[in-house]
Design a protein around this ligand. Structure first.
Ligand code: URA
Length: 228
């Protein structure tokens, strides 16, 4: 992680205050003065500020049930930010691993551990996301086969990766995808001539949403371990 972030995670200093200490030569990494705020450091390094050894606070890992008409950014936009629902200290240090649209509900994972969220969102890991999808029209007989083969989304150079479709009833399905392209689920159904009218994320990897809309909880160590 960046040196200035490490200092913020270990003290009550703001990012600007941390940078001022670094530039003033008050910060040492393994006994050497480091004057660049963007230097990468590791939690195992010995880091001191004005002679005091710093210990970062433990990372936080949270599941939140996003209600409709909220946004996944850290600030309010056209709708209020989901971070308003989190009554935790230093919420500005947290970020979301895989955003949902304002009109999508369901599972959002929130953390301050960039490596952990990277493991969820990097296309290389092909992490499964399960969505419950309400459709305008009854699902066509060939949709499962078309999604399994991959469909062409407008503006994309390659087909979508194979996706799983389980029909609940003619206008409701579970869709499992391993990518996170912009508006992916809505665009996949548009590509087969249908339309998403309700969208809810139920699961990311092995983490299953189990709190009520607007509620949140810390993840268990097993849940955190899935993406370590
Ligand atoms: N796909 C979408 O189209 N929207 C979301 O919010 C998530 C996945």
């Amino acid at each position: 992680m960046r040196l200035d972030r490490f200092i913020c995670k270990s003290t009550e200093l703001s990012r600007n205050e941390a940078r001022a200490f670094i530039r003033a030569g008050e910060v040492r990494v393994n006994s050497e003065v480091v004057a660049s705020e963007s230097s990468q450091v590791h939690e195992n390094n010995s880091i001191t500020l004005a002679g005091e050894t710093l210990t970062p606070r433990p990372s936080r890992y949270i599941m939140l049930h996003k209600p409709r008409d909220t946004v996944c950014s850290n600030i309010d936009e056209a709708y209020p930010s989901v971070f308003n629902l989190l009554n935790v200290d230093k919420a500005s240090e947290l970020h979301i691993a895989g955003r949902l649209d304002a009109d999508t509900t369901g599972l959002v994972l929130i953390t301050d551990d960039g490596r952990w969220s990277f493991n969820i969102i990097t296309p290389e890991n092909q992490c499964e996301k399960v969505y419950r999808v309400g459709l305008r029209d009854p699902v066509a007989d060939d949709t499962a086969a078309r999604f399994a083969a991959g469909v062409q989304l407008q503006g994309e150079s390659s087909l979508t990766l194979p996706a799983g479709l389980e029909v609940i009833n003619p206008k409701e399905v579970f869709l499992t995808i391993t990518e996170g392209k912009f508006h992916q689920v809505k665009r996949m159904f548009a590509a087969v001539g249908n339309r998403v009218v309700v969208l809810h994320r139920q699961k990311i990897g092995a983490i299953n949403l189990d709190v009520e809309p607007g509620q949140w909880r810390y993840l268990t160590s097993d849940e955190i371990g899935y993406f370590k």
